[in-house]
Write a protein that binds this ligand. Sequence first.
Ligand SMILES: *Cc1c(COP(=O)(O)O)cnc(C)c1O
Length: 370
Amino acid sequence: MVDLRSQYERLKADIDSAVAGVISSTAFIKGPDVRLFEEDLQRYLGIRHVISCANGTDALQIAMMALGLKPGDEVITTNFTFIATVEVIELLGLKTVLVEPEPGTFNISPEAIRKAITPRTRAIVPVHLFGQCADMEQITAMAQQHGIHIIEDTAQATGAEYRFSDGTVKKAGTMGIIGCTSFFPSKNLGCYGDGGALFTDNDELAALIRSITNHGMKVRYYHDTIGVNSRLDTLQAAILRVKLRHLDEFNEARAKAAAFYDNELSGLPGISIPERNPFSTHIFHQYTLKIDGGRRNDLRECLENEGIPSMIYYPVPLHMQKAYLHLGYHADDFPVTSRLSEEVLSLPMHTEMDDEQLAYITGCIRSKFN
Ligand SMILES: *Cc1c(COP(=O)(O)O)cnc(C)c1O
């Protein structure tokens, strides 16, 4: 699905020297590269504060802690996402309110959010799924109207850009009060282990987030709030500084592979190529098809027989996950999500795909669907 090795070979000289530099400095925790990477990413995103942490799941949890969300507060998010998003809501004792995605773009439906807002709603967590931004214009308008926080989950969309109708362009993760991302190795900006970060323009919130990531302290051994221990390793920060310089070029390589897939697969009966919305760039964390008529699993098996990996993101809607049955939803409450879970199939997508690989994959699919 991803080819991290070929990408490493391409960046080897810079990565190796960055890693060697950290090891010889032995500044493994909070070394200078951590702050330098945060500053590099601030400039790239056009935001006042980037606070790094240990992973994307922590980033979401820390965001909800920093906003002072309390047990019973309702948090609206999409039913079609990675589990991390709802996990932290439940861990903090908040109330998860799941809503449907849009069937074409896979992103949270603004209409569904509108219907789910109650006087107890305190936050909305839009997830920019598969590399394309959710409809932030409508979501921010609703949030402002009701005084609700937006926490963006941009783990799959770091580098994507959103265009508002007044022409303003903003990077994914910089439109809500807090943006959260992950640097898991396979993400568009990935390190060589775990990593994550929070983004905000709010100075006070940034200071609070920084203290929460560090056991709730600003002055050493004086703890003002209950915090966590969540740090980005210096080694990972040094690697990320190298990789951030290539992020736009990486995202272009993904878009190029996506265009190849589009060309070869659009118009095939029973297959829908990923729908683009008019207001966001798509940086293709995943290239995800919809296969109808119950043929998805057949195609997957057929690809596997030809040595072609594919993945189902996500096979079980959150409301049907064993650990989340207590939310009290019924199986048929989310027809869009349930249908997507039966139709989606993600193809190999990374920065090193060449035309030969793409032709082999698409040829295999075409021969099955013509
Ligand atoms: C990867 C991911 C996360 C969690 O990131 P980790 O760094 O693995 O904790 C959260 N949300 C989404 C949508 C993700 O894809």
